[in-house]
Design a protein around this ligand. Structure first.
Ligand code: PMP
Length: 456
């Protein structure tokens, strides 16, 4: 067996880690953690630690770790047929069954699901579908996409452009010119503290109207958003936001892409976030919870309105020229089928709603009075603790984002994984949907201990 030192050395010498400080890592100055196993909401590492994963990997292991129903389905599929493509009408029992299961669960008005590998490529697909759609409709100038600051939609060229976080743009020559960003629906960071939530929504909608007027509605194809902002801070929208946005988009013939990579398959206590907020999407992005990350798989669920035009496009132009080798990979599809069955059998959607609300109450009891806690928010099985150097002024720490990693580090020492959200004074929680109230209590208690250890 390889020693930890040997692995750590190879890791530093060979492995280009995503979203990592490259030089610090290479010099051995950044954390290295080698994960070996998982069971329920816990993972274990090579140093023998057992950690409660309060972030479900990257908001993705929704069913929890170590689920034999899913791993058995993967093994069976791998033995029978590890791969075949899905071009030109090919499929497998797993991929066809999964498409039916996804469509049975999708919100009203959706027609088909296109499978990819991860959330980023699914959003690349979405933007290509939108452009194709408007070309077929004879509107070649209607191509821009409106996204929100603080939105997260991936790390590709278009998907990274849609993402509204500077870290993912700086020095990468992004965003591409076809992407326009509008204001983030983040009430805690409202421009004027005197604004009520309703005032703030009205302000956001006016900004969106301004953006559309400035760019010209005839140049704007689509608007993309997560039902609840994820990596940008786990922020539920202010009251009336989605209703207002949808009304504006309809009026200007702008498509709605709902990125449900985090919220799809139960995280908000409903199968989709679209159902939670009464959204009528033209396209839905899915990934993560589709397989609970047991295998890479994503999808674009296409609404009827677009589907009909895409079909017309192939009547006029021939085969639809967009495909990945691994679209609807049989192993991913088998994982997806087993995972969606398990979510139903265990009642995980309902559990996410109930225990998620319990977690926020427990968190409020544990840290709500702490002078550096500005806000505790969330929806379903999502929770964020907003930290501030001054509760009255909502001021950031100096430099911003310097404190949350320290608190998360203290939590890790106490056996709980929280995520210090990128470049922000926030701790994020997105545990597996099977979390129990006892485990929620453990997260809240450890957050309190770590906060006091870091900030007094
Ligand atoms: N959209 C959302 C809402 C996400 O949270 C993520 C990933 N965190 C993505 C897209 C990108 O997915 P992936 O990392 O699988 O490419």
């Amino acid at each position: 067996m390889l020693t930890n030192d040997q692995l750590a050395h190879w890791d530093r010498e060979s492995f280009f880690h995503p979203s990592t400080h490259l030089s610090q890592f290479a010099r051995g100055e950044a954390p290295q953690r080698i994960i070996t196993g998982g069971e329920g909401v816990f993972i274990t590492d090579r140093d023998g630690n057992r950690l409660l994963d309060g972030f479900a990997g990257l908001y993705c292991v929704n069913a929890g770790y170590g689920r034999r129903q899913i791993t058995d389905a993967i093994a069976k599929q791998a033995h029978e047929l590890a791969y075949y493509h899905s071009y030109a009408g090919h499929g497998t029992e797993a991929s066809i069954t999964l498409s039916k299961m996804v469509m049975d669960r999708a919100p009203e008005g959706m027609a088909r699901v296109y499978f990819g590998l991860g959330g980023s490529d699914a959003n690349e697909t979405n933007i290509k579908l939108v452009w194709y759609y408007n070309n077929i409709r004879g509107l070649p100038q209607k191509k821009k996409i409106i996204s929100r600051w603080r939105g997260y939609h991936g790390s590709g060229l278009v998907s990274g452009s849609l993402t509204g976080l500077e870290l993912f743009h700086k020095k990468f020559d992004l965003p591409l010119s076809q992407v326009v960003h509008t204001e983030a629906p983040f009430y805690y960071r409202r421009p004027d503290p005197a604004m009520t939530e309703a005032d703030f929504t009205a302000w956001l909608l006016a900004k969106l109207e301004e953006t559309i007027a400035r760019e010209g509605a005839d140049t704007i194809a689509a608007f993309i958003g997560e039902p609840v902002l994820g990596t940008g801070g786990i922020v539920p929208p202010p009251v009336g936001y989605w209703q207002g946005v949808q009304e504006i988009l309809k009026r200007h013939d702008i498509l709605l892409i709902v990125d449900e990579v985090i919220t799809g398959f139960g995280r908000l206590g409903t199968m989709f976030g679209s159902q939670h907020y009464g959204l009528q999407p033209d396209l839905i992005t899915i990934a993560k919870g589709l397989t609970s990350a047991y295998a890479p798989l994503s999808g674009s669920i296409v609404g009827t309105k677009m589907w009909d035009v895409l079909c017309q496009g192939t009547d006029e132009n021939g085969v639809f020229g967009h495909g990945w080798t691994y679209s609807a990979h049989p192993i991913g599809a088998a994982a997806g089928v087993a995972n969606l069955k398990l979510i139903d059998e265990l009642g995980l959607v309902e559990n996410a709603g109930k225990v998620g609300a319990y977690l926020r109450r427990a968190m409020t009891d544990a840290v709500g009075d702490h002078p550096n806690v500005g806000e505790i928010r969330g929806e379903g099985m999502l929770c964020a603790v907003e930290l501030t150097s001054d509760r009255a002024t909502r001021a950031s720490f100096d430099p911003m984002g310097s404190v949350a990693p320290k608190v998360a580090g203290e939590m890790l020492k106490r056996g709980v994984i929280a995520r210090a959200m990128p470049q922000a004074d926030m701790l994020g929680f997105a545990p597996p949907l099977c979390l129990t109230t006892d485990e929620a209590d453990q997260i809240a208690r450890v957050t309190g201990e770590a906060l006091r250890a870091t900030l007094g």
